[in-house]
Ligand binder design. Structure first.
Ligand code: IPE
Ligand code: IPE
Ligand code: MG
Length: 250
């Protein structure tokens, strides 16, 4: 019998979050958008702690998309400052909590200083094993699939893979989260019900949870709700319920 991936029950293994709504949070208070980004750091800290405590193995946070480069220069600049500052501040805590930090996205677009800080934070946390934290910066799902296709094309050109035998598995191996299971649960705050070029390949069977809460207002009780939603889903992966029930009884 083919293996049917675990059907829910309990905590999701991989949680992905689109942290949206910072600008609107600030706008409603008559504050500059950048203040919303500043206030978005605490909820990011909270979800890292929450997921680690709930046995989540992988947490992926969407911090800056490939399209966010199009925002006004001053806003992009503030976001870069925030990334650098929070990285040096948070790393000791991540080490203490046993969390391994990884960045996914097109790094070359960032300043040398930021690229170095990212590499250092990854090296400093590389031995941690409790949870993997992926921070997606300069990330786009289409970029990810494109860079994977380029790597696969190199494999083909070098004779390591034969074009006629290519399967989705060959491409999957080059996707930036290849070593990780696909996300079980996506949470998007801010009320929009779209993917905005996040993990396009990886979210083929992800359960999608949308909430109107603006990211700076996100609380652990909202995470409870998202996890309850997840636990109530019946994940069939193309099978029919009866097949899943049979596996559960076995
Ligand atoms: C998410 O909040 C943070 C980033 C995209 C960097 P936004 O800045 O998109 O906030 P809204 O959606 O405009 O409220
Ligand atoms: C998605 O939010 C990207 C991040 C949260 C980092 P956006 O605010 O950029 O998405 P759109 O523009 O509303 O689709
Ligand atoms: Mg937004």
């Amino acid at each position: 019998m083919t293996h049917i991936p675990s059907t829910t029950r309990g905590a999701p293994e991989h949680v992905a979050i689109i942290m949206d709504g910072n600008g609107r949070w600030a706008g409603r208070r008559g504050l500059p958008r950048t203040e919303g980004h500043r206030r978005g750091i605490e909820p990011a800290r909270m979800v890292v702690r929450y997921c680690a405590e709930h046995g989540v193995k992988v947490l992926t946070l969407f911090a800056f998309s490939s399209e966010n480069w199009k925002r006004p220069q001053a806003e992009v600049g503030t976001l870069m400052d925030l990334f650098i500052r929070s990285m040096s501040k948070e790393v000791p805590d991540l080490i203490e909590k046993g969390i391994r930090l990884n960045f996914i996205g097109e790094r070359q677009a960032f300043s040398q200083k930021l690229q170095k800080a990212m590499a250092k934070a990854e090296a400093d946390t590389a031995d941690n094993q409790r949870m993997d934290l992926f921070v997606a910066v300069g990330y786009g799902g289409r970029w990810d699939i494109t860079q994977a296709a380029l790597s696969l094309a190199e494999d083909i050109a070098a004779g390591r893979v034969e074009a006629a035998n290519v399967t989705p598995e060959h491409l999957r191996k080059h996707i930036s989260t290849a070593a990780m299971p696909d996300p079980d649960l996506l949470i998007r705050t801010g009320g929009e019900q779209r993917i905005s070029n996040f993990l396009l390949w990886q979210m083929a069977y992800t359960e999608l949870y949308f909430t109107p809460i603006l990211w700076p207002d996100m609380q652990s009780a909202d995470m409870d709700q998202a996890f309850e939603f997840f636990a109530s889903r019946s994940r069939r992966f193309g099978h029919i319920d009866e097949q899943l029930n049979r596996q559960e009884r076995a």
